[in-house]
Design a protein around this ligand. Structure first.
Ligand code: DC
Length: 227
C-alpha cells in the first residue's frame, strides 16, 4: 500500500490539497483533524470539561468513529451519526484543540488511523502523521506557508463566506494555534526528518498542487496516471 503523510500548521492548505491530490491519484483521503473534531463535539454535547483528562478518557468508552467514502467525499460518523457538517463549526475546532493534546485521545485514534493506511492507498493529513502515525510512510510532506500568507488566505475565505475578518485578529489566532500545536507535550507538530518541505507562501493553488503531485509521483514511483 502507498501512504502519503501530509503534516503542517493550520491554514497551510493541507486539507484542500490532500483532497484534490487524493482524487487525482485515486487514493483515499483521510482527514485526521475530523476525528479530533468528532471527539471534541461529543464532549461538547455532553457538557463535560474538555480539559479534564480523566473525564475525557472515560468518555472515549462511549465513542465509536467511522469514516466512509461516499460519492467521492469523506463522511465521518460519530456513533453512527453523520457529523461531517457539524464538526466544521468553530466551536468544534476549539473543542478538538482541547482534546488533541491528551495522550488517551491520541492513543484511541492511533489504531484507527494506522488501520486505514494498512488497507488502502491513503493520503493522510494532520500534525503527527509522518512522525508518529506512519513513520514508514511512502512519502512525507511538510506543507507550510508564512504567517502572513496564511492570514491573507484565511481573511479571504472569511470574506467570501460573508463573515468579517480583522487581519490582526486572524493573524493572532494563527500564531496562537501554531504555538499550541508546536509546544504541546504529546505528538507536537514538527517536520519529520525525512519529510519534504513545501512552502506555498508564494505559490498559487495550481502551483502548490503541481509541486506536490510531481513530488508524490516521483517518490512513490508512480507514472503520470491514477492507479
Ligand atoms: O486540522 P484541523 O483544524 O481539522 O484540526 C483540528 C484540531 O485537531 C487542531 O487543534 C489540531 C488537532 N490535530 C492534531 O492534533 N493531530 C492531527 N493529526 C490532526 C489534528
Amino acid at each position: 500500500m502507498i501512504s502519503v503523510a501530509i503534516d503542517g500548521p493550520s491554514g497551510a492548505g493541507k486539507s484542500s490539497m490532500a483532497k484534490t491530490l487524493a482524487a487525482e491519484l485515486g487514493f483515499i483521503y483521510v482527514d485526521t483533524g475530523a476525528m479530533y473534531r468528532s471527539i471534541g463535539l461529543y464532549g461538547m454535547r455532553k457538557g463535560i470539561d474538555l480539559h479534564n483528562e480523566e473525564t475525557v478518557k472515560e468518555l472515549l468508552k462511549e465513542i465509536s468513529i467511522r469514516l466512509a467514502f461516499e460519492d467521492g467525499s469523506q463522511h465521518i460518523y460519530l456513533n453512527n451519526e453523520d457529523v461531517s457538517q457539524e464538526i466544521r463549526k468553530e466551536e468544534a475546532g476549539m473543542a478538538a484543540s482541547a482534546v488533541a493534546s491528551q495522550t488517551a485521545v491520541r492513543q484511541f485514534l492511533l489504531d484507527l488511523q494506522r488501520n486505514l493506511a494498512q488497507n488502502h492507498n491513503v493520503l493522510m493529513d494532520g500534525r503527527d502523521i509522518g512522525t508518529v502515525i506512519l513513520p514508514n510512510a511512502t512519502v512525507k510532506i511538510y506543507l507550510t506557508a508564512s504567517v502572513q500568507a496564511r492570514t491573507e488566505r484565511r481573511c479571504k475565505q472569511l470574506q467570501e463566506k460573508g463573515q468579517s475578518a480583522d487581519f490582526e485578529t486572524v493573524k493572532k489566532d494563527i500564531e496562537q494555534r501554531d504555538w499550541q500545536d508546536i509546544n504541546r507535550k504529546t505528538a507536537p507538530l514538527k517536520k519529520a526528518e525525512d519529510a519534504f518541505e513545501v512552502d506555498t507562501s508564494d505559490m498559487t493553488l495550481e502551483q502548490s498542487f503541481e509541486t506536490m503531485l510531481q513530488l508524490i509521483r516521483k517518490q512513490a514511483g508512480l507514472k503520470g496516471e491514477s492507479i
